[in-house]
Design a protein around this ligand. Structure first.
Ligand code: PLP
Length: 466
């Protein structure tokens, strides 16, 4: 394929169909129950009854757990889970080095230390063998993240957690409705935590929920941030307390939960559509060496997705760095961006290299949390080889839901087209000779990307052609 056919050089864009995402997170019908409460001047239900109880019941059913506790964020759910299983000063929690920082940050609130583990190169999920290697007498819990909706091999983690007597927490923030060996995520560990924020598959705008089948853990979570429910809402009556909780308030907004109820009712359809479009995209990329879908865990059924993440292999695309590749693909009309979590820290640092986690010196940001005397700085900088290799090698597409299949097919064609042209140009002119400014040898290009094309827009390319 001639490089001149690339849209970024004036060729015809590969994507001819219009990108129009017709899936709506918020339906008018979701607002009617909110209006009904508003008309009665009701905006909070402190005891967790009414729509909040209904949502918790439905979410527990989705996950196959006995209990669910709605909160105001996924971060609150994770903090509550770490608190409930006894994370405290002197303890450690093993978390993947590749995830959103909110998986790890609440461990600091409990005074514990996050210990980062490597991920499986095929699935990008916590590597069970590496997790086991990092268990010490201080380990209190393992937190597994079902990143990008891909369920982790939970039988392995359950086995490890049982053998070592540590708690198992699932961060299911991307994976609403995902299953592993036909059992819902969230039900494998002691506690499953979900974000219900913004673009998540079930969303209340800002909200979260934790699920568990252990009534005592439920009560522990309740006592942290739900004082309105302590007297009547405990599952096992674990605590004899007044209405006093421990200084944070994690009660969700009533209207957020009403929105989430609406979106939960559409989850099955959302997952069916996303899976179908993901399959179409993967089929369109079959055999393309430069852009590979991430393997779904054997025995897993994806859910939620949040984004469609693909691996970029610059060695098969003329050595173009990711940013140049993404620019050229955008010009073809694909709403593509650069994945963010692999280098989420300041100046492109990986999570396990960010000062807040290497030094635990939270005090320098203000507040009373500091490192405890017995915890020296521990270098975790260079022992997560897979995580370290992810920089500049992941790209992201929106989770296509209600778009035409033709559009998805054309996106795959566009990715292949750019990869082929880049490979040809790489061969013709050597790795340094690409015509795109900035299209040097693939390295760790660190610019954070957004999806490049908004719904209904053609790509506007900012790359200069030389
Ligand atoms: C993997 C993961 N865990 C936790 C969270 C935190 O959720 P929230 O933003 O609802 O606090 C997020 C948010 O995107 C996430 O992606």
């Amino acid at each position: 394929m001639s490089p001149d056919s690339l849209a970024i050089y004036g060729g015809t864009p590969a994507v001819r169909s219009r990108y129009r995402e017709r899936w709506r997170q918020i339906h008018l019908a979701d607002l009617l129950p909110i209006l009904a409460h508003a008309r009665r001047d009701v905006s909070t239900l402190a005891k967790g009854d009414g729509p909040i109880a209904l949502f918790e019941k439905r979410f527990a059913t989705l996950c196959g757990t006995a209990h669910a506790l709605a909160m105001n964020s996924g971060t609150a759910a994770l903090h509550s889970a770490y608190f409930a299983v006894g994370v405290k000063p002197g303890t450690e929690v093993i978390v993947p080095g590749y995830t959103f920082f909110a998986t790890a940050a609440p461990i600091l609130q409990c005074g514990g230390r996050p210990v980062f583990c490597d991920v499986d190169a095929r699935t990008l999920l916590a590597d069970p063998s590496d997790v086991e290697r990092r268990i010490t007498p201080r380990t209190r819990a393992i937190c597994v993240v079902h990143l990008w909706g891909n369920p982790a091999p939970m039988d392995r983690f359950v086995d490890i957690a049982r053998r070592h007597g540590v708690a198992l927490i699932e961060d299911c923030s991307h994976a609403h409705g995902a299953r592993y060996r036909d059992r819902p995520v969230g039900s494998w560990g002691d506690i499953g935590c979900f974000s219900l924020q913004g673009p998540k598959a079930v969303s209340g705008g800002e909200a979260g929920i934790a699920v568990t089948s252990d009534p005592v853990l439920f009560d522990h979570m309740l006592v942290l941030g739900h004082y309105g429910r302590l007297k009547s809402g405990q599952a096992r009556n674990t605590f004899d307390t007044d209405y006093i909780s421990l200084g944070v308030k994690y009660r969700p907004h009533l209207y957020a939960i009403q929105l989430a109820l609406g979106s939960l009712s559409r989850l099955e359809e959302l997952n069916r559509r996303r899976q179908r479009n993901y399959d179409v995209l993967c089929a369109g990329l079959a055999g393309c060496l430069a852009v590979e879908p991430i393997k779904t865990t054997v025995g897993g059924l994806r859910g939620g997705f949040l984004e469609f993440i693909l691996r970029y292999v610059p060695e098969h695309a003329g050595g173009w760095n990711r940013s140049a590749f993404v620019q050229a693909v955008r010009a073809e009309g694909v709403p593509i961006g650069e994945e963010r979590y692999a280098r989420i820290g300041d100046r492109g640092r990986m999570l396990h290299e960010t000062p807040i986690f290497t030094t635990l010196d939270v005090a320098r940001l203000g507040g009373p949390l500091g490192r405890s005397e017995d915890e020296g700085e521990r270098s975790t900088g260079h022992d997560l080889p897979v995580v370290q290799g992810l920089g500049g090698r992941l790209i992201t597409l929106p989770p296509f839901t209600r778009v035409s299949e033709q559009f998805v097919r054309e996106c795959a064609q566009a990715l292949r087209k750019v990869a082929e042209c880049a490979a040809t140009m790489g061969e013709q002119s050597g790795r340094h000779g690409t015509r795109l400014k900035g299209a040097g040898i693939a390295g760790e290009d660190e610019t954070n990307g957004e999806f490049g094309v908004r719904s209904g827009e053609r790509a506007r390319v900012s790359a200069r052609v030389v």
